[in-house]
Design a binder for this molecule. Structure first.
Ligand SMILES: C[S@@+](CC[C@H](N)C(=O)[O-])C[C@H]1O[C@@H](n2cnc3c(N)ncnc32)[C@H](O)[C@@H]1O
Length: 375
């Protein structure tokens, strides 16, 4: 067994998990407590809906190799940064080099939103960094820098100091441009100049000083319904633990809610309303069928006796009972459900609902479902 205790390590080693906030992320305690004391050294861990990489980071804290898949480019970039090994100084040095490489950005978005969202010099530096990282984001340092920028791109503005690059904004999701402009104008909020390199240095130190040793791992930006991606991952190792949380039925705004971060990753400078790569939410049956495809793909890369632990719930916008949905999704997949418990009781009140960017309004009951693959 790797570890008997389920208390998260304190101090700097767990900070990296916070590098980029993500809408509907689950608390680190969930995957950590599932794996801690149960997983054996060398057990591979998989999250087929990895989001910002919470499960991958829990695996890293426990020294376990990890695989993640997510169809959102933001999720994949944040997850990749959970697996890299860098020093804070090397990330800052990389940021300076990228700024030297791109002296004059070719592409600076224009319009009222951009004028009010970022101070002109901050926007210029952001565009230089964006272009440099789009040309080359191969090294660990560049992946860490990209995730630091994603995390710092928008968020609340404290009275003193600078924590984020933007004017006052939410941090887990990007505001819609029209709403944001009205909000800033009504309050007379102008964007402040921010020391971009200084902010990168603070964040690099916070997230990468004292980071746990690296573990083998790969993140694939891909649709988990596609068996091909799992075939490629299977070459690395047979998986023993799948710890994940699929989108709750009806929640398919992952791309539009992250439109600013998607822009930083090369997307267009406006809201992206497409739902490409997201599970089907047009009916409970279509959703269950799609989810079943993912469980079958996961089973194909797992060893006999593997465990799959899923956190699943419902959102207020679509009042459906999550239990029959999730149970139905396991039909004919090879996985046998043997335990269902309330997430609240499993974690003494630390529910994923508490981490929803828009408060508790959108998430209802959450369940933890335990299933195993016959040996
Ligand atoms: C509930 S979130 C996962 C959050 C994650 N547990 C964390 O802590 O950050 C669900 C994720 O599933 C992803 N997703 C939705 N449909 C997908 C699909 N077909 N293939 C891969 N990922 C998908 C979304 O992009 C989103 O990141």
């Amino acid at each position: 067994m790797v570890r008997a205790r389920t208390v998260l390590p304190s101090g700097s080693s767990a900070r990296l998990n916070g590098i980029c906030p993500y809408f509907t992320m689950f608390p680190l305690e969930f995957p950590y407590s599932v794996l801690s004391g149960r997983a054996r050294p060398g057990d591979w861990v998989l999250d087929p809906f990895c989001g910002r990489g919470t499960t991958l980071f829990a695996a890293r804290l426990l020294g376990l190799p990890a695989l993640g898949v997510d169809s959102s480019p933001v999720a994949a970039a944040a997850s990749e940064a959970k697996l890299v090994n860098v020093s804070p100084d090397s990330v800052v040095g990389t940021a300076r080099r990228v700024l030297e490489e791109v002296q004059v950005p070719r592409d600076v978005p224009e319009g009222e939103f951009w004028e009010l969202a970022y101070h002109p010099e901050v926007l210029r530096d952001l565009c230089r960094l964006r272009e440099g990282l789009l040309m080359n984001c191969e090294s660990d340092e560049r992946k860490a820098l990209r995730a630091i920028l994603l995390g710092a791109l928008h968020g609340p503005r404290p009275k003193h100091g600078d924590s984020y690059l933007s004017n006052q904004s939410p941090r887990t999701y990007a505001p819609k441009p029209g709403y944001a402009v009205r909000f800033w104008k009504a309050r007379g909020l102008r964007p402040r100049p921010v020391d971009v390199i200084g902010l990168i240095a603070t964040r690099a130190d916070r997230y990468y000083a004292g980071c746990p040793p690296r573990v083998p791992g790969v993140v694939a930006m891909s649709d988990s319904r596609d068996p091909g991606v799992f075939e490629r991952l299977a070459r690395l190792g047979r998986v023993r633990w799948v710890v994940t949380s699929p989108p709750y039925y009806g929640l398919r705004t992952y791309l539009q809610d992250q439109w600013l971060r998607l822009w930083l990753l090369g997307g267009r400078p406006s809201v992206d309303y497409t739902v490409r790569g997201q599970l089907e939410h047009r009916s409970p049956d279509a959703f269950t069928e799609d989810l079943g495809r993912v469980w079958r793909n996961a089973a194909a890369v797992c060893m006999g006796g593997a465990r799959l632990i899923v956190r699943f719930g419902a959102i207020n916008d679509r009042r459906v009972n999550p239990l029959p949905l999730i149970e139905g999704s396991f039909r004919d997949t090879g996985w046998r459900v043997w335990k269902v418990c309330h997430a609240a009781s499993a974690e003494r009140g630390r529910r994923q609902a508490l981490h929803f960017g828009r408060g508790n309004r959108r998430a209802l009951e959450e369940l933890d479902i335990w299933a195993s693959l016959d040996a």
